[in-house]
Design a protein around this ligand. Structure first.
Ligand code: Q46
Ligand code: ZN
Length: 310
Protein backbone atom coordinates (compact mmCIF):
# COMPACT_ATOMS: atom_id res chain seq x y z
CA UNK A 1 0.00 0.00 0.00
CA UNK A 2 1.12 3.55 -0.77
CA UNK A 3 0.99 6.60 1.48
CA UNK A 4 -2.23 8.53 0.89
CA UNK A 5 -0.36 11.85 1.19
CA UNK A 6 2.99 11.37 -0.58
CA UNK A 7 2.73 8.02 -2.43
CA UNK A 8 5.81 6.60 -0.65
CA UNK A 9 5.54 3.10 0.84
CA UNK A 10 2.92 3.15 3.61
CA UNK A 11 3.88 1.91 7.06
CA UNK A 12 0.47 2.21 8.70
CA UNK A 13 -2.93 1.32 7.32
CA UNK A 14 -6.06 2.92 8.79
CA UNK A 15 -9.08 1.01 7.54
CA UNK A 16 -11.58 3.27 9.30
CA UNK A 17 -10.25 6.19 7.25
CA UNK A 18 -9.54 4.16 4.13
CA UNK A 19 -6.00 5.59 4.22
CA UNK A 20 -2.36 4.59 4.64
CA UNK A 21 0.66 6.64 5.69
CA UNK A 22 4.45 6.56 5.66
CA UNK A 23 6.09 7.55 8.95
CA UNK A 24 6.50 11.33 8.44
CA UNK A 25 3.03 11.64 6.95
CA UNK A 26 1.51 9.58 9.78
CA UNK A 27 3.00 11.91 12.39
CA UNK A 28 1.63 14.85 10.41
CA UNK A 29 -1.80 13.19 10.13
CA UNK A 30 -2.00 12.39 13.85
CA UNK A 31 -1.09 15.90 14.92
CA UNK A 32 -3.61 17.33 12.46
CA UNK A 33 -6.37 15.11 13.90
CA UNK A 34 -5.65 16.46 17.38
CA UNK A 35 -5.44 20.06 16.13
CA UNK A 36 -8.77 19.64 14.34
CA UNK A 37 -10.46 18.25 17.45
CA UNK A 38 -9.15 21.20 19.50
CA UNK A 39 -10.27 23.77 16.94
CA UNK A 40 -13.53 22.04 15.98
CA UNK A 41 -14.75 21.83 19.56
CA UNK A 42 -13.09 25.09 20.70
CA UNK A 43 -11.34 23.19 23.47
CA UNK A 44 -8.83 25.88 24.42
CA UNK A 45 -6.92 28.90 23.15
CA UNK A 46 -3.12 29.19 22.82
CA UNK A 47 -2.85 31.54 25.81
CA UNK A 48 -4.63 29.20 28.22
CA UNK A 49 -2.78 27.12 30.82
CA UNK A 50 -3.42 23.39 30.43
CA UNK A 51 -3.22 20.77 33.16
CA UNK A 52 -2.71 17.41 31.46
CA UNK A 53 -3.69 14.35 33.52
CA UNK A 54 -1.02 11.73 32.82
CA UNK A 55 -1.13 8.09 33.91
CA UNK A 56 2.19 6.96 32.42
CA UNK A 57 0.26 5.11 29.68
CA UNK A 58 0.47 5.71 25.94
CA UNK A 59 -2.62 7.87 25.48
CA UNK A 60 -1.90 10.54 28.06
CA UNK A 61 1.83 10.71 27.23
CA UNK A 62 1.18 10.86 23.47
CA UNK A 63 -1.33 13.64 24.11
CA UNK A 64 1.11 15.60 26.27
CA UNK A 65 3.76 15.12 23.56
CA UNK A 66 1.48 16.51 20.82
CA UNK A 67 0.30 19.47 22.92
CA UNK A 68 3.88 20.40 23.85
CA UNK A 69 4.92 20.04 20.18
CA UNK A 70 2.07 22.33 19.16
CA UNK A 71 3.44 24.94 21.56
CA UNK A 72 0.73 24.89 24.25
CA UNK A 73 1.50 25.84 27.85
CA UNK A 74 1.24 22.43 29.52
CA UNK A 75 1.82 21.04 33.01
CA UNK A 76 1.42 17.33 33.74
CA UNK A 77 -0.50 15.96 36.71
CA UNK A 78 0.25 12.45 37.93
CA UNK A 79 -2.01 10.93 40.56
CA UNK A 80 -0.38 8.15 42.61
CA UNK A 81 -3.23 5.69 43.18
CA UNK A 82 -1.24 3.37 45.43
CA UNK A 83 -1.85 0.30 43.25
CA UNK A 84 1.40 -1.60 44.01
CA UNK A 85 3.96 -2.15 41.26
CA UNK A 86 1.63 -0.74 38.60
CA UNK A 87 1.61 2.65 40.34
CA UNK A 88 5.38 2.60 40.94
CA UNK A 89 6.17 1.83 37.29
CA UNK A 90 3.63 4.27 35.86
CA UNK A 91 4.93 7.02 38.15
CA UNK A 92 8.48 6.37 36.90
CA UNK A 93 7.35 6.58 33.25
CA UNK A 94 5.56 9.89 33.80
CA UNK A 95 8.56 11.40 35.62
CA UNK A 96 10.99 10.18 32.94
CA UNK A 97 8.84 11.61 30.14
CA UNK A 98 8.61 15.02 31.83
CA UNK A 99 12.34 15.15 32.65
CA UNK A 100 13.45 14.22 29.13
CA UNK A 101 11.38 17.02 27.65
CA UNK A 102 11.93 19.52 30.45
CA UNK A 103 8.17 19.76 31.07
CA UNK A 104 6.69 20.57 34.51
CA UNK A 105 4.99 17.67 36.33
CA UNK A 106 2.94 17.77 39.52
CA UNK A 107 2.53 14.62 41.57
CA UNK A 108 -0.21 13.89 44.10
CA UNK A 109 -0.02 10.57 45.98
CA UNK A 110 -3.28 9.37 47.54
CA UNK A 111 -1.57 7.51 50.37
CA UNK A 112 0.11 10.77 51.43
CA UNK A 113 -3.27 12.47 51.90
CA UNK A 114 -4.36 10.33 54.88
CA UNK A 115 -4.27 6.75 56.12
CA UNK A 116 -6.37 4.35 54.06
CA UNK A 117 -6.83 6.61 51.01
CA UNK A 118 -4.89 4.58 48.42
CA UNK A 119 -7.33 2.97 45.96
CA UNK A 120 -6.98 -0.66 47.17
CA UNK A 121 -7.55 0.38 50.80
CA UNK A 122 -10.57 2.57 49.95
CA UNK A 123 -12.09 -0.25 47.90
CA UNK A 124 -11.54 -2.82 50.65
CA UNK A 125 -12.76 -0.58 53.48
CA UNK A 126 -15.89 0.64 51.70
CA UNK A 127 -16.57 -2.60 49.77
CA UNK A 128 -16.72 -0.65 46.51
CA UNK A 129 -15.34 -1.96 43.22
CA UNK A 130 -11.79 -0.52 42.91
CA UNK A 131 -12.64 1.42 39.73
CA UNK A 132 -15.60 3.11 41.40
CA UNK A 133 -13.43 4.25 44.33
CA UNK A 134 -10.68 5.22 41.90
CA UNK A 135 -13.02 7.30 39.73
CA UNK A 136 -14.24 9.34 42.71
CA UNK A 137 -10.68 9.97 43.91
CA UNK A 138 -9.48 10.94 40.42
CA UNK A 139 -12.34 13.35 39.72
CA UNK A 140 -11.80 15.14 43.02
CA UNK A 141 -8.03 15.44 42.78
CA UNK A 142 -8.06 16.51 39.14
CA UNK A 143 -10.55 19.29 39.97
CA UNK A 144 -8.71 20.28 43.15
CA UNK A 145 -5.28 20.40 41.44
CA UNK A 146 -6.64 22.47 38.53
CA UNK A 147 -8.20 24.93 40.95
CA UNK A 148 -5.15 25.14 43.23
CA UNK A 149 -2.77 25.68 40.33
CA UNK A 150 -4.95 28.29 38.63
CA UNK A 151 -5.21 26.29 35.39
CA UNK A 152 -7.78 27.13 32.72
CA UNK A 153 -8.41 23.63 31.40
CA UNK A 154 -8.04 20.01 32.50
CA UNK A 155 -6.99 17.80 29.59
CA UNK A 156 -7.36 14.01 29.61
CA UNK A 157 -6.14 11.35 27.19
CA UNK A 158 -9.45 9.53 26.57
CA UNK A 159 -9.38 8.15 23.03
CA UNK A 160 -12.04 6.98 20.58
CA UNK A 161 -12.05 3.44 22.02
CA UNK A 162 -12.60 4.81 25.54
CA UNK A 163 -15.42 7.05 24.38
CA UNK A 164 -17.09 4.32 22.31
CA UNK A 165 -16.90 1.84 25.20
CA UNK A 166 -18.27 4.39 27.62
CA UNK A 167 -21.07 5.24 25.22
CA UNK A 168 -21.94 1.57 24.85
CA UNK A 169 -22.06 1.14 28.64
CA UNK A 170 -24.26 4.22 29.04
CA UNK A 171 -26.58 3.15 26.23
CA UNK A 172 -26.93 -0.43 27.47
CA UNK A 173 -28.27 0.90 30.76
CA UNK A 174 -29.84 4.06 29.30
CA UNK A 175 -28.04 6.24 31.80
CA UNK A 176 -29.62 9.46 30.65
CA UNK A 177 -27.69 11.79 32.95
CA UNK A 178 -24.38 10.20 31.88
CA UNK A 179 -25.35 10.44 28.21
CA UNK A 180 -26.22 14.10 28.74
CA UNK A 181 -22.69 14.78 29.96
CA UNK A 182 -20.69 12.58 27.55
CA UNK A 183 -19.01 15.23 25.42
CA UNK A 184 -15.41 16.00 24.37
CA UNK A 185 -15.73 19.39 26.10
CA UNK A 186 -17.39 19.90 29.47
CA UNK A 187 -17.71 23.59 30.25
CA UNK A 188 -17.00 24.72 33.81
CA UNK A 189 -20.36 24.39 35.57
CA UNK A 190 -19.15 26.09 38.75
CA UNK A 191 -16.46 28.72 39.54
CA UNK A 192 -14.37 25.99 41.23
CA UNK A 193 -14.48 23.67 38.24
CA UNK A 194 -12.37 24.17 35.14
CA UNK A 195 -13.30 23.15 31.60
CA UNK A 196 -12.55 19.48 30.87
CA UNK A 197 -11.52 18.41 27.39
CA UNK A 198 -10.54 15.24 25.52
CA UNK A 199 -8.48 16.13 22.41
CA UNK A 200 -7.96 12.44 21.47
CA UNK A 201 -11.67 11.58 21.33
CA UNK A 202 -11.60 10.88 17.59
CA UNK A 203 -8.32 8.95 17.38
CA UNK A 204 -8.31 5.25 18.15
CA UNK A 205 -6.17 3.43 20.67
CA UNK A 206 -4.30 1.85 17.76
CA UNK A 207 -3.55 5.24 16.23
CA UNK A 208 -2.26 6.56 19.55
CA UNK A 209 -0.11 3.46 20.04
CA UNK A 210 1.44 3.93 16.58
CA UNK A 211 2.13 7.60 17.32
CA UNK A 212 3.74 6.75 20.69
CA UNK A 213 5.89 4.08 19.03
CA UNK A 214 7.04 6.37 16.20
CA UNK A 215 7.88 9.17 18.64
CA UNK A 216 9.86 6.81 20.86
CA UNK A 217 7.65 7.47 23.89
CA UNK A 218 8.46 5.09 26.73
CA UNK A 219 5.16 4.28 28.46
CA UNK A 220 3.80 1.63 30.82
CA UNK A 221 2.48 -1.20 28.67
CA UNK A 222 0.83 -3.18 31.48
CA UNK A 223 -2.76 -2.32 32.26
CA UNK A 224 -3.82 -1.50 35.79
CA UNK A 225 -4.44 -4.89 37.50
CA UNK A 226 -8.02 -3.81 38.24
CA UNK A 227 -8.80 -3.23 34.58
CA UNK A 228 -9.22 -6.94 33.80
CA UNK A 229 -12.54 -7.15 35.61
CA UNK A 230 -13.88 -3.88 34.24
CA UNK A 231 -16.91 -3.94 31.93
CA UNK A 232 -15.14 -1.37 29.74
CA UNK A 233 -12.78 -4.08 28.47
CA UNK A 234 -15.70 -6.27 27.44
CA UNK A 235 -17.30 -3.36 25.56
CA UNK A 236 -13.97 -2.60 23.88
CA UNK A 237 -13.69 -6.20 22.77
CA UNK A 238 -17.22 -6.21 21.32
CA UNK A 239 -16.57 -2.90 19.54
CA UNK A 240 -13.28 -4.18 18.13
CA UNK A 241 -15.08 -7.16 16.64
CA UNK A 242 -17.67 -4.87 15.06
CA UNK A 243 -14.83 -2.68 13.77
CA UNK A 244 -13.11 -5.62 12.07
CA UNK A 245 -16.35 -6.59 10.31
CA UNK A 246 -17.21 -3.00 9.47
CA UNK A 247 -14.33 -0.48 9.65
CA UNK A 248 -15.39 2.95 10.86
CA UNK A 249 -18.11 1.65 13.21
CA UNK A 250 -16.55 3.15 16.35
CA UNK A 251 -16.03 6.54 14.75
CA UNK A 252 -19.61 6.64 13.44
CA UNK A 253 -21.01 5.47 16.79
CA UNK A 254 -19.33 8.28 18.72
CA UNK A 255 -19.59 11.03 16.09
CA UNK A 256 -23.26 10.45 15.35
CA UNK A 257 -24.10 10.26 19.03
CA UNK A 258 -22.47 13.64 19.56
CA UNK A 259 -24.25 15.11 16.55
CA UNK A 260 -27.76 13.78 17.13
CA UNK A 261 -28.17 11.90 20.42
CA UNK A 262 -26.22 13.89 22.96
CA UNK A 263 -28.00 17.24 22.41
CA UNK A 264 -31.33 15.51 23.09
CA UNK A 265 -30.07 14.00 26.35
CA UNK A 266 -28.53 17.32 27.35
CA UNK A 267 -32.08 18.64 27.76
CA UNK A 268 -32.29 16.46 30.89
CA UNK A 269 -32.52 18.84 33.81
CA UNK A 270 -29.70 18.88 36.27
CA UNK A 271 -29.62 20.93 39.45
CA UNK A 272 -26.81 23.45 39.93
CA UNK A 273 -24.05 22.36 42.32
CA UNK A 274 -23.34 24.22 45.55
CA UNK A 275 -20.30 24.13 47.87
CA UNK A 276 -19.40 20.90 49.67
CA UNK A 277 -19.43 21.32 53.46
CA UNK A 278 -16.31 19.16 53.70
CA UNK A 279 -13.87 20.47 51.12
CA UNK A 280 -15.62 23.44 49.54
CA UNK A 281 -15.59 21.92 46.05
CA UNK A 282 -18.87 21.80 44.10
CA UNK A 283 -21.32 19.17 45.36
CA UNK A 284 -24.87 18.04 44.62
CA UNK A 285 -25.60 17.12 48.27
CA UNK A 286 -24.25 18.53 51.54
CA UNK A 287 -21.03 16.65 50.87
CA UNK A 288 -19.38 15.89 47.53
CA UNK A 289 -18.83 12.25 46.49
CA UNK A 290 -15.17 12.48 47.50
CA UNK A 291 -15.86 13.73 51.03
CA UNK A 292 -18.57 11.09 51.53
CA UNK A 293 -16.06 8.44 50.48
CA UNK A 294 -13.29 9.84 52.70
CA UNK A 295 -15.63 9.96 55.72
CA UNK A 296 -16.66 6.39 55.12
CA UNK A 297 -12.98 5.39 55.02
CA UNK A 298 -12.20 7.37 58.17
CA UNK A 299 -15.08 5.69 59.98
CA UNK A 300 -13.82 2.24 59.02
CA UNK A 301 -10.20 3.10 59.86
CA UNK A 302 -11.23 4.41 63.28
CA UNK A 303 -13.30 1.29 63.93
CA UNK A 304 -10.52 -1.08 63.00
CA UNK A 305 -7.65 0.88 64.51
CA UNK A 306 -5.65 3.22 62.32
CA UNK A 307 -2.41 1.34 62.89
CA UNK A 308 -3.23 -1.24 60.21
CA UNK A 309 -3.16 1.47 57.53
CA UNK A 310 -0.44 3.74 58.89
S1 Q46 B 1 -6.68 3.01 37.19
FE1 Q46 B 1 -8.42 3.15 38.52
FE2 Q46 B 1 -8.44 2.51 35.95
FE3 Q46 B 1 -7.16 0.92 37.65
S2 Q46 B 1 -8.51 1.14 39.41
FE4 Q46 B 1 -9.85 1.03 37.65
S3 Q46 B 1 -10.18 3.16 37.17
S4 Q46 B 1 -8.53 0.27 36.03
S5 Q46 B 1 -8.48 3.73 34.13
ZN1 ZN C 1 -15.99 17.67 49.25
Amino acid sequence: MKCTRCRAKAEVQLRAHNAGFCRPCYLFYFKRQVERAIAGERMFAPAERLLVAVSGGKDSLALWDVLAELGYDTTGLYLGLGIGTYSELSHAKAVQFAERRGLPLRVVALEDEAAGLAVPAVAALTRRPPCSACGTMKRHHFDAAALAGGFDVLVTGHNLDDEAARLMGNVLRWQKDHLARQRPVLPATHPKFVRKVKPLYLVSEYETAVYAFMRGIDYIVDECPNASGAAQLLYKDVLNRLEVASPGTKLAFVKEFLRTGQPAFAQVEREEPHDCEGCGMPAYGTLCAYCRLVREVQGKVAARGASAFA
